[in-house]
Each structure stands twice: as structure tokens, then as C-alpha cells.
Design a binder for this molecule. Sequence first.
Ligand code: ZN
Length: 191
Amino acid sequence: MNCSRCPNASASNLKHLGPLCEDCFCDIIERRARKELRQNCPLKPKDAVAIRHDKGLESAVLEYIVRKVASEIPCELLILDAEKRPSAQVRLLIPVSATTLASTLLQEVLDNKTTDTPQEGIAVFETLTDEEMLTFAKFKDLKYEENVPSEIDRVIKMIDEKYENGTFGLVKSKKVLDSVSTSQSRDNRQQ
Ligand SMILES: [Zn+2]
């Protein structure tokens, strides 16, 4: 099968993206990641950003993308050890994928409670799924440590196989629920 964007042979076939060659696939993912980075954390020359490397898939993809962007602008990129905090002038980027958001939502529904995790940095990558990042890492030959999929991860995979864009649908639902619960707690405080 050929790539849907160019005459090359298709190398990936994620249902929602269709057949794509390595270059076109990586191009789509990189554009999406860069757009989100630009929106959530616009960088100017001489700015400094940090990422905390936990050796996982999301950190590996984030490092690849931010390294490229930082070299073009150019600005400083700090790679921190797992527990280290950046100084106040440095913005910390935290990769939180669509898959992570979707699994948080499912866990909240199952536990019948909302988790209020404090955000210590700027979240990026909510427009990318773990499956997309896996394929991207494979094509770019990025090194990372695999973690064992949880029960929730397997449920999300099933939803994705059954419904096109299932993960992104869950992310949308999570945003709606979060805004409802935020406005409810605001109303409660006002009463
Ligand atoms: Zn192509």
C-alpha cells in the first residue's frame, strides 16, 4: 500500500491517520507537537526550558521535539534528573498525552471521584496518543524504557480499536467534566 500523501510505500497504518510513509507520519506528528508547544509555551531566543527525563516514551519524544525547536530559536534546553526542580526562570514542560488524560478520566469514573493532581509545569502533548508516539519513536529510533500496560491502558486500546478517535473523544469528555466540576466548586464557594 502507498502513503496517502506521497508515492512512497506506507509504513504505518494507525486507523485514524490512514496509510503513511515514515516521513509523512513523522511530519504530521511533529507539526502537531510543535503547534501545541507554541500554544502552551511560546519560546523566544535565549529563553530556557526544562524537561525532566524519566526515560519513558513520552519524555523521549518530548526531548526530540524540544531539542529541535530549541536549536532553531535558539534557546536553552535543560534536561533534569527525575526529582530535580528547575529554577524560577526556567519553564518546566511535562508530557501528558491524550492517552494519559483518557486513562485519568476512566480511572476517575471507575473510582467515582476526581483526582486533583497539582500541575507543577506546563503540560504538552495532549494532542498525541501513546500509539502515535510509539510509532514516532520507532521511526526516529528513539531510546526509551517500556512500561507494563495497566488494565486501563488495555481498555483504552480496545476503545480505540472499536471507535475511531476514541482516545481524543475521551479527552474531550474529560475537559467538559473538568470545566463542570470547576464551575460547580466555584458556585459552592460563592454560596
Ligand atoms: Zn508519504
